[in-house]
Write a protein that binds this ligand. Structure first.
Ligand code: PLP
Length: 373
């Protein structure tokens, strides 16, 4: 049924959703139809496009359980959304931001760039302490203004307990920012239970959409805390009343979208999320976690040949499994896999496999068997 939506070339084993996902059939069709419509009619049906944009905000609201679509902005990518937060907050010299020592560069560089304002970025070593959360919480002090973490680490695949971190932040009056790109579309996410203030994720990984169209969630209480750095026609109230000379910043998160939206990306991501929400995130999560368990169990049979970099405990991983060969280098093994048309990535000091819910077990086995042949 829904697995037939993914029509990859038969020769490829695609285990790289943590990098860039293939599109479902309906997404490719939506983009094709949008291109054809633009060719034949230009923007004649623009009001219909805006309806798709509105539906996309609602889909994203559902995906993360936001209270309102007014808390959702459609930005370019995760890095842009992180920058909106980092450069929107008022900082004072001596303020501290806590991150982890496993973050993807997007969630490190932007905070480190605030050093020019005297802001200190402290990277907690997640391997110390009783738990990764304890390691992060131990870094929170009176100077800490914000904690920013990836919900699932891009290299090791470690999944953090966001509810624990969110509570710790709330108790201390610290803002909580979550890069959810390795989570949304793979496993469930609830912005209410984790109490995140800001959440961001581009569409091209587990959400199976294109690059360049991203969710930015800003809790409504925080909208006015972010100073705006970009201005234009689209981020005000009544944006299509072009002749007005007075203006007011949009009350919703649309205030972060300065100009014309990425309508092609909007149509594509809308189609991808339609599919994911039809299948249901509970089902997708179950299948993603079954794949992960299958891979972890496979590697456990070969303790002399592979070291697992992904934690094995239930709740500690999502869709990523990263491993290191104990003989030979990850680079040479990755080269062999790539030559055999297995799409995977070199990350975190090992090889990262990231199948999605629809990945046929047969394909997964094929890749795993190559490793022990
Ligand atoms: C944790 C994490 N954050 C962010 C990104 C990408 O950021 P952007 O959407 O800005 O390209 C990646 C991509 O690999 C990632 O793994």
């Amino acid at each position: 049924m829904h697995t037939s939506e993914f029509q990859l070339d038969d020769s490829i084993v695609y285990l790289n959703h943590a990098a860039v996902s293939p599109w479902p059939r309906r997404t490719a069709e939506a983009v094709r139809a949008f291109a054809e419509e633009n060719r034949a009619w230009g923007s004649r049906r623009y009001p219909e496009w805006v309806k798709t944009e509105t539906r996309l905000r609602q889909q994203l609201q559902t995906l993360i359980n936001a209270r309102s679509p007014d808390e959702i902005a459609l930005l370019k990518n995760t890095s842009e959304a992180l920058s909106v937060v980092a450069y929107g907050l008022p900082w004072q010299a001596g303020d501290k931001v806590v991150i982890s020592n496993q973050e993807f560069p997007s969630n490190r560089i932007v905070w480190e760039s605030l050093a020019k304002y005297g802001v200190v970025t402290d990277a907690a070593d997640l391997s110390t302490g009783d738990s990764p959360e304890a390691a992060l919480i131990a870094c929170l002090d009176d100077h800490t203004r914000l904690l920013s973490v990836s919900s699932v680490q891009y290299g090791t695949g470690l999944r953090l307990d966001l509810d624990v971190l969110g509570s710790a932040c709330r108790e201390r009056g610290i803002l909580f920012c979550v890069d959810a790109i390795q989570t949304l579309g793979a496993v469930t996410f609830d912005v209410q239970s984790c109490q995140a203030d800001f959440v961001m994720a581009d569409g091209h990984k587990w959400m199976t959409g294109p690059e360049g169209i991203a969710l930015f969630y800003c809790r409504s209480e925080n909208l006015d805390r972010l100073d705006l750095k970009q201005y234009g026609w689209h981020m005000i109230e009544d944006p299509t009343d072009y002749s007005r000379t007075t203006w007011e910043v949009a009350h919703s998160a649309r205030r972060f979208e300065c100009g014309s939206p990425n309508m092609t990306g909007i149509h594509a991501l809308h189609a991808s999320l339609e599919l994911l929400l039809e299948v249901g995130m509970a089902t997708i999560q179950q299948q993603v976690l079954e794949n992960t368990r299958f891979m972890l169990d496979f590697f456990k049979q070969y303790p002399d040949r592979f070291a697992l970099l992904t934690p094995q405990e239930v709740g500690r991983h999502a869709g990523i499994v990263t491993f290191r060969p104990l003989q030979g280098t990850p680079e040479s093994l990755h080269g062999m896999l790539t030559a055999a048309n297995v799409a995977c990535a070199l990350r975190g000091g090992g090889i990262r496999f990231s199948p999605h819910f629809y990945t046929p077990r047969k394909k997964l086995c094929k890749a795993l068997e190559m490793l022990v042949r």
